[in-house]
Design a protein around this ligand. Structure first.
Ligand code: MG
Length: 383
């Protein structure tokens, strides 16, 4: 029996992970966390017989403690770290949103616990330090991002030195095909309407700006140790091919399936075995055609900005990610237009120095500094 701890249990990935665990006799959930949704978290704990939960929000944790007598309620950022360190578990699923996921990633890998990683910002911000920590403790890093799960499965079958290129597919988001001037007036509601994946607000906006794909390029660089020149992005609106690898003999291998996050979640939680997921088999004749196009880095500069930050390396992706989180929040609140998101990120990268980083605490400080500066720079973004 594999004991699973789910961080971000009330979000889209957390919910689908609970569905995967419930259908599988070999998996059991032993701890759950959420940010503020204490009523929903307590209900999930009851349903799944879990006796340890953590809420990042202290007020929500206090409310949960008052109303639930079924187990321990831990609170605040420390509570999340204690949940990981003090709960006997075999694998942690990190489905937190944003750089807030880095602390739990460090805690799990530091304890030598295998990590199913849906929080791509952990690798974008923590990069080399996170992969070094995993190597140091022997904990496995198992990607839950659909593209990276596909690449992980494809690369596993090949000998070192035979994979020339990783090719990440992108749906293109709701604004595929639009020009920069078309994008000037798009609304929050339009940006939240993703064509193929149902996800939370932050990642849905990141998908609309193509920042999500930029973050994924950096994530792939760290997970698989490939140079940026050997990582390509191709737009594939149907989201049926989840990624491809190009090999030294001219072969290209692809991973296909209907878009459903339970597939990568199940693969990560059950690795190295492959368990049943109730999806209908892929019907290519019904789909008829799959199409591809180059990403438009002029209309969607976030992809170009992220690729450049990845190539710059060091702490540049940390600064970029902090600015993006501030920009997306501001867009969702109606404070800046859609094209203000890349503008704010570029201004922040110009303003905040990205020094070499040797320790995790320096990343946390830089993340905070970049957020403060990005919030100041919001005033400069034309509305
Ligand atoms: Mg993805």
């Amino acid at each position: 029996m594999r004991r699973v701890l789910i961080l971000g249990a009330t979000g889209s990935i957390g919910q689908q992970a609970l569905d995967v665990v419930q259908r599988n006799d070999e998996l059991t959930v032993v701890g759950l966390s959420a940010g503020t949704k204490w009523e929903q978290l307590v209900e999930l704990a009851r349903q799944h017989g879990v006796s340890r939960i953590a809420l990042a929000d202290e007020y929500a944790a206090a409310k949960a403690s008052e109303s639930w007598t079924g187990g321990d309620v831990l609170s605040g950022p420390d509570g999340l770290i204690r949940l990981i360190a003090e709960t006997e578990c075999d694998i942690v699923l990190n489905a937190l949103v944003g750089s807030a996921g880095l602390g739990p990633t460090i805690a799990a890998l530091g304890e030598g616990i295998d990590l199913a990683l849906a929080n791509k910002e952990s690798l974008v911000v923590g990069g080399d330090l996170v992969t070094q920590l995993a190597e140091g403790t022997g904990a496995q890093l198992l990607p839950v991002d659909s593209e990276h799960s596909a690449l992980f499965q494809l690369v596993a079958g090949e000998r070192p030195g035979t994979v020339d290129k990783l090719v990440l597919t992108a749906s293109g988001g709701p604004f595929r095909g639009r020009s920069k001037s078309d994008l000037a007036a798009v609304t929050v509601e339009q940006a939240l309407d993703h064509p193929t994946w149902k996800m939370g607000g932050k990642i849905t906006i990141d998908s609309a700006t193509l920042m999500n794909k930029g973050l994924e390029v950096i994530e792939a660089h760290h997970l698989f140790g490939f140079d940026y020149d050997a990582i390509d992005v191709i737009v594939h609106p149907q989201s049926i091919i989840h990624s491809l690898i190009q090999l030294n003999d001219g072969s290209t291998l692809a991973h296909l399936g209907y878009p459903d996050m339970r597939v990568p979640i199940s693969y990560a939680l059950n690795h190295p075995s492959r368990e049943d997921v109730p999806l209908r088999p892929l019907d290519l004749a019904e789909l008829g055609s799959l199409t591809f196009e180059q990403p438009d880095r002029d209309a969607f500069p976030c992809l170009r900005i992220a690729e450049a930050a990845g190539r710059a390396g060091g702490s540049a992706p940390c600064v970029m990610n902090a600015a993006n989180e501030v920009a997306v929040e501001a867009f969702l609140r109606g404070e800046i237009p859609f094209n203000g998101i890349p503008a704010l990120i570029e201004r922040t990268l110009e303003t905040v120095a990205a020094p070499p980083i040797g320790h995790f605490f320096q990343l946390a400080e830089l993340d905070e500094e970049a957020r403060v500066k990005a919030r100041e720079l919001l005033a400069e973004i034309p509305v």
